[in-house]
Design a protein around this ligand. Sequence first.
Ligand SMILES: Nc1ncnc2c1ncn2[C@@H]1O[C@H](COP(=O)(O)OP(=O)(O)O)[C@@H](O)[C@H]1O
Ligand SMILES: CC(=O)OP(=O)(O)O
Ligand SMILES: [Mg+2]
Length: 408
Amino acid sequence: MAQLILAVNAGSSSLKCTLFQNNDSLDRIVSIEISGLNSSDPASVEIRKGSEKEEKEDKNIKNHDDAFRRVLQLLEKDESVPGIQHAEKIIAAHRIVHGGDFEHDVEINDETYHYLEKLEELAPLHNASALAIIQSCSRELPKAKNVACFDSVFHQTMPEAVKTYMIDPEHAKEKGLRKYGFHGISYKSILRSVSHHLQKPEEETSLIVLHLGSGASVCAIQNGKSIETSMGLTPLSGLPGSSRSGDVDPTLVFHFTSDAGQLSSKSTKELHITNAEEILNKKSGWAALTGTSDFSKIGVPSATGANRLAFDIFVDRIVGFIGNYYVKLSGKVDAIVFAGGIGERSAYLRQQVCQRCECLGLGALGNKENEKKMEGAVLDITEKETNKILVCHTDEEAEMARSCRENF
Ligand SMILES: Nc1ncnc2c1ncn2[C@@H]1O[C@H](COP(=O)(O)OP(=O)(O)O)[C@@H](O)[C@H]1O
Ligand SMILES: CC(=O)OP(=O)(O)O
Ligand SMILES: [Mg+2]
């Protein structure tokens, strides 16, 4: 059995890595988070070991692969960390956002790697970085077993009528054009923590979960299974993100630019991205409206001008999905759950969203509960006799490590 599990989570704006001891309690040895990737600001590096926390800026980290190499350097340098370069028995668990038709996590070999390469174009902000990291990992940790943990697997349970787009079915089948949905590792982690908090089995827990980070999505979970989510064929659809437009009229992009279908200058021999994808994935979202990808400047009561508009748009789209999913769940919702970097940290956003959902039995949150600091995985911010409102710290890395411990 592997002794160590290194969980590697390449998000659109961050790289979060945790080294676990592969034992029953999956003891956390060290966590390193590099955030602020894909932005004009220098990246920041945060190292957590037990109760110790160290934070610094690093101007030399430009992309996810740089970030991963820095993580390996830091682990190698740390004398209290078992020498992972020499460990015979280590599993590297990689978060892969788009897993196509995979119904479970898989070991990465030549065949699975090539399948994932073909999917790159469907998740251009994510899969390409994850594959670059897998390449580095195979080089730097040649003895490690590499496992792909997929964001899309959790949503395989969505009904046909939800997964299917109203387009030519033969063409859709041939090209794999359907709704996949993402952030599934996070939803699984949230379902686990929230059902434990509610003291209900997962199979009897129904939730509307808001994963709000640089990429944001919503999921309707009915009796422990995803029945609907806001992202689709790619992570572009649904809510806006820091650099993503979210839902727009699909023809908008042809009015935005006359060369939407041409390859963008960012394309490489291996990865083809059109100008349309570049614009909607990388040059939109609140960063395009406000000039900052940092939502802590936007999600505050004092926000004005473009920041205020970006905030109002985000709240508007979120409450639209809550209403939609409330109906899809026939009103049987155990809790509305806020998660992700923004969901966890912006009390003002939570307050505004809940206020707008008063007709669904939510309602304005005063400052007391909502402003509390999180301790543990779940914080109950329900104030009155309303539906339950929770904040949950998602732990994608622990979820990936759990999958490896159980299956590989
Ligand atoms: N105090 C805060 N208030 C609001 N948003 C915040 C705060 N701190 C961080 N954020 C936002 O959280 C997002 C990152 O969330 P996270 O879920 O970690 O990202 P990723 O999508 O890279 O996984 C960024 O958009 C960042 O601006
Ligand atoms: C799927 C997705 O958008 O992931 P992230 O929020 O980590 O960028
Ligand atoms: Mg993330």
